[in-house]
Design a binder for this molecule. Sequence first.
Ligand code: ADP
Ligand code: F6P
Length: 320
Amino acid sequence: MVKKIGILTSGGDAPGMNSTIIGAIKAGISLNKEMYVVYDGYKGLINNHFEKVSKNFIEEKMNVGGTAIKTARLPEFKEESVRQKAVDALKNEGIEALIVIGGDGSYMGAKKLTEMGINCVGLPGTIDNDIASSDYTIGFDTALNTVVNAVDNVRETMTSHNRCGIIEIMGNHCPDLTIFAGIATNADEIFTCDHPLTDKEALYQRMKQAKENGKESFIILVAEKLMDVDQLAKDISQNTPWEARATILGHIQRGGKPSAMERVNSFRMGAYAVELLDKGIGGVCVGIHENKLRYIDIYEALKLSRDKHIDLYQLHDLIK
Ligand code: ADP
Ligand code: F6P
């Protein structure tokens, strides 16, 4: 039976990672495991940056965003020789199992470590919500609230000046933050990879009509990596009666106090990962599906395609 379990965070940080770590540590110690944190993601495995922790480790940080054990990206981890160094370092410490909190790249690293003799469980840590094996990823709820507050603020100033506000939202090719925020803020237009801007002239016409109807502001949400929002603002200012301004929200979306739901769900996932490792289950990732915790093989998880939320675009057509 596994005695020593390590935890690391990898890839982009996300609010709720600290509650996940706390959940795993509390659950592990209650099962008489020795719990270790690994600093700097996979890099910490190569650099032997381990710390044995007590039940109280970071327990006052449930309400703090980011990750207290740092995170990093290590592209060389795709190489077997680099992963072998990690396996040797873990074995040297006597750590036989690892919890990896990160996105799909981190999951791939976790699966490969499992194949090399270290049982790993992946937990979905990313604000993007782009892991199809879970309805929800750690960080998404908090980031969504941050985006919604920011859009509300932009809406206030745009309304005061009778302007158009264009807001670019993170998500790295996953439009969930944009479409959910679009519904929550009653945005006038939403452009994502699943719902792109294909006809600029038609947009200008809708905007002219909105002005004639006495609309006081016009809010457009755009998923990142889709188009140049500054150029769109210029085009709108030239071709419609609206003066437009673009705002790129950027890394403000990654930080912030985790929401209450974030803390509860991430704590549950952390504790569940320990339960799985204690049963000898590895090479899997955890998700929340219909509000129940579940686990599936990482390769199977990576084959799943994400929900495109067609219903939400249809709903948005009704409210806009
Ligand atoms: P995320 O986990 O958020 O998707 P990345 O794609 O940047 O973020 O992956 C995080 C880290 O996972 C990478 O820096 C690398 O160390 C590791 N990783 C990514 N892909 C692989 C892979 N195919 N094999 C092994 N490790 C990988
Ligand atoms: O994956 C999280 C995320 O914030 C994406 O939404 C964004 O595209 C990317 O990370 C930004 O990465 P970096 O922090 O390296 O600029």
